[in-house]
Design a binder for this molecule. Structure first.
Ligand code: PFF
Length: 466
């Protein structure tokens, strides 16, 4: 019968049901919701983007998220927490572990650049406290501030050589590793339980501030972001971007959820927890991210916002916006502090799967795994900082790892769930401990539609790109 082989009790367990939901939501809600989503939507059809976006959410995102929760717990009950273990136990062959390399590589690579942007957020929050970021309306002042903060331009490196930034990178790094070291319940879960409610409060304050600016401006700003450009729907890139955004945002297809859910027990409800965490993410993304970042930028900067890169939008355009609105210093602080919290709850979830791999795969103790991981992550970030010559490089890395590779991994996971574990087994496992049922057609979606849908977009995209 389902899950009865699970005599094994893992050393690590989540402390509470709400705790694990908040931890997964913490992973999902991040810079992707507030910076990446508005950028993607604006570049890919504005309001029309929501169509492929919600189709991807319903057809790919939520079903795959359930599949990941199910496979993760399935493997966790048998003593496996890292992707190689999960893949081997679900596929019943140790060879399957080779398929899981992406599930370790993707979070690790994303971590290496994500952490730097996390440090930017902390540094910007600090600059609001000190008042340094209230620079008036001239866009050049913000470009200069940014270049100065991240230590850019002199020799063409724009990513993080600023000496004061190194302090913030250091703080961010240490905080990440302290929390990881404390374990899933004692570190990640405890932190998320405080951070998420705090983020909601901060983001709602900023939203109210933005929406109570003069109403003609508000309407124009919302219109800029959301006016639909239906012709974008004919471009496969729009569909790739929409599903890429769904995966990035929900943290699906990264190897993160299979790891987090491997610390669950038979009593846990993976169906409801998965749905709740995903819904929280959508609230943050569409209602908060979608209504704040780009509309606010447009209100003050006009069409020039279209020329900003995703990160330029967050770090050059928005500070200018805050400087021009009443009480901007306070709201600017709230915003960047909120971004920092959102980022750290996400970056923790990029580390934990790799940490679990060192613990499972090499039998390392927690302190040894944390140390090894720390060295690898630090070295990687160092390369990102020193060798990315322009901000666009970041968008490029983000595209290849954050969109394309995730696709591949999502495809592998869908095939493993639908065809190797099998949807009958999967459906039974998912419902162990569940209070609500997943409609049966979702299993059929996972088996037939998801692989074909992913494959079709991917092929169309490759074909058009060559
Ligand atoms: N979901 C996060 C966001 O929207 O910012 C990003 C993310 C989290 C990416 C965890 C990768 C990951 F492993």
């Amino acid at each position: 019968s389902p899950a009865t082989e699970g005599e094994y009790v893992s050393k690590e367990q989540w402390g509470s049901r709400i705790g694990v939901i908040l931890a997964v939501a913490g992973s999902a809600v991040g810079l992707g919701n507030f910076l990446r989503f508005p950028g993607q939507a604006a570049q890919n059809g504005g309001g029309a983007f929501l169509l492929p976006y919600f189709i991807s959410l319903l057809v790919l995102g939520i079903p795959l998220c359930w599949a990941e929760w199910t496979m993760g717990r399935f493997a966790g009950l048998r003593g496996f927490h890292s992707a190689p273990g999960v893949f081997s136990v679900v596929c019943r062959t140790p060879k399957a572990r080779y398929l899981s390399v992406f599930a370790l590589l993707i979070p690790l690579v994303i971590y290496m650049y994500y952490i730097v942007i996390e440090a930017w957020c902390l540094s910007y929050a600090w600059s609001y406290l000190t008042g340094d970021l209230m620079l008036g309306a001239d866009p050049d002042a913000y470009n200069a501030f940014f270049d100065n903060t991240v230590g850019a331009k002199a020799d063409g490196h724009v990513f993080g050589r600023g000496s004061s930034l190194l302090i913030f990178i250091g703080i961010t790094f240490i905080l990440n590793f302290i929390l990881i070291y404390r374990g899933v319940a004692g570190g990640i879960e405890k932190f998320c339980k405080i951070a998420i409610p705090l983020m909601v409060v901060c983001a709602l304050c900023v939203l109210v501030r933005v929406l109570t600016l003069p109403s003609d401006k508000v309407v124009a700003g919302l219109g800029f972001m959301w006016n639909p450009q239906p012709e974008a729907l004919l471009n496969p890139k729009t569909w790739l971007a929409a599903s890429g955004q769904i995966f990035f945002s929900l943290s699906v297809g990264f190897g993160v959820i299979i790891n987090y859910s491997s610390y669950l027990s038979k009593k846990d409800d993976v169906v409801l927890s998965g749905l709740t965490a995903s819904s929280m993410n959508e609230f943050f993304e569409v209602c908060l991210g979608g209504l704040i970042t780009l509309p606010a930028a447009f209100m003050f900067l006009g069409v020039s916002v279209a020329t900003f890169s995703t990160f330029g939008l967050g770090f050059n355009a928005l500070p200018n916006v805050f400087a021009q609105m009443p009480a901007g210093q306070f709201f600017g602080f709230l915003w960047f502090f909120m971004l920092f919290l959102a980022a750290i709850t996400s970056s923790l979830s990029m580390l934990q799967p790799v940490l679990a791999f060192f613990e499972d795969g090499f039998n390392l103790e927690r302190h040894a795994s944390t140390a090894v991981l720390g060295i690898i992550a630090l070295t990687g970030s160092f390369f990102v900082i020193y060798f990315s010559k322009e901000l666009k490089a970041l968008d490029t890395l983000d595209f290849w790892v954050g969109t394309v590779l995730i696709f591949v991994l999502a495809m592998i996971q869908a095939v493993i769930y639908g065809w190797v574990l099998g949807i009958d087994r999967g459906e039974r496992e998912a419902h162990v401990g569940a209070h609500i049922r997943i409609p049966h057609f979702v299993q059929l979606l996972l088996k037939y539609v998801v692989p074909v849908y992913l494959g079709a977009i991917f092929i169309a995209f490759c074909y058009l790109n060559v």
